[in-house]
Design a binder for this molecule. Structure first.
Ligand SMILES: N[C@@H](CC(=O)c1ccccc1NC=O)C(=O)O
Ligand SMILES: [Zn+2]
Ligand SMILES: [Zn+2]
Length: 210
């Protein structure tokens, strides 16, 4: 018995918080129906790291694959949601006792970024030793309900690089407020943006079994 689909995507709207210094999100009606006589046509500007999105390795490695080259199957399939709320950081020791149920996708509920319209003063980050654990368990995608797997001021991006070194792709800014720990089916498809470092996704989950 599978549950109903739950949207775990931040809403993109004028006012959603961008990464400090990055491109804000804007939507406007560029051509109004009153003028075109037939249709309203919108115009949008955004960072590729706005809202719920995925990182392509090109984001942190000039030689990394780009969004249009990503293996699309990574973004569809069984995922396990693990509640790690209340921690400053998450690493090997926090996850080793958890049974991932064979899921190739792990979504971490840190509850450290309650409001998409405010860039958080702080949020839970990943420790690099999470990389080898995820690889050992056959995990291909890590999702977080935070703006990044590294801290805001990190320049070395140790968590990004540890995940990259262990063949784990990254999904950021998911919304897990209505999602309890357990096994789910995830769909979080990137757009086919040629040459890109990241892409917005519409991420959804539905409970498996139970
Ligand atoms: N979501 C991004 C945040 C990020 O790293 C970032 C985004 C815009 C401008 C700078 C960034 N990072 C470091 O300077 C990430 O992949 O972690
Ligand atoms: Zn990102
Ligand atoms: Zn990232």
């Amino acid at each position: 018995m599978t549950g109903k689909w739950i949207d775990i995507s931040q809403t993109l709207h004028n006012g959603i918080a961008e990464w400090p210094g990055d491109t804000p999100f804007t939507y406007e009606v560029a051509f109004a129906k009153a003028d075109t006589g037939s249709v309203n046509i919108g115009k949008m500007t955004t960072s590729t790291h706005m809202g719920t999105h995925i990182d392509a390795p090109f984001h942190y490695d000039d030689a990394g694959i780009k969004v249009h080259e990503l293996p699309i199957d990574v973004y569809i399939g069984k995922a396990v949601v693990i509640d790690v709320s209340g921690l400053d950081s998450v690493g090997y020791s926090n996850l080793e006792a958890h049974d991932f149920g064979g899921a190739e996708r792990v979504l971490l509920k840190t509850s450290s970024r309650p409001n998409a319209d405010v860039f958080p003063q702080s949020y839970t980050v990943l420790r690099p030793d999470i990389g080898p654990l995820l690889k050992e368990r056959g995990v291909k995608l890590i999702g977080v309900d935070t703006p990044s797997v590294d801290s805001e001021h990190s320049k070395t991006l140790d968590a990004h690089h540890a995940l990259y070194a262990n063949d784990v792709l990254i999904l950021e800014n998911i919304v897990l407020d209505e999602v309890e720990q357990g096994e789910y089916e995830l769909i979080a498809l990137p757009l086919p943006i040629a040459g890109a470092d990241g892409s917005p996704v519409r991420a959804v989950v539905r409970r498996l079994g139970k």
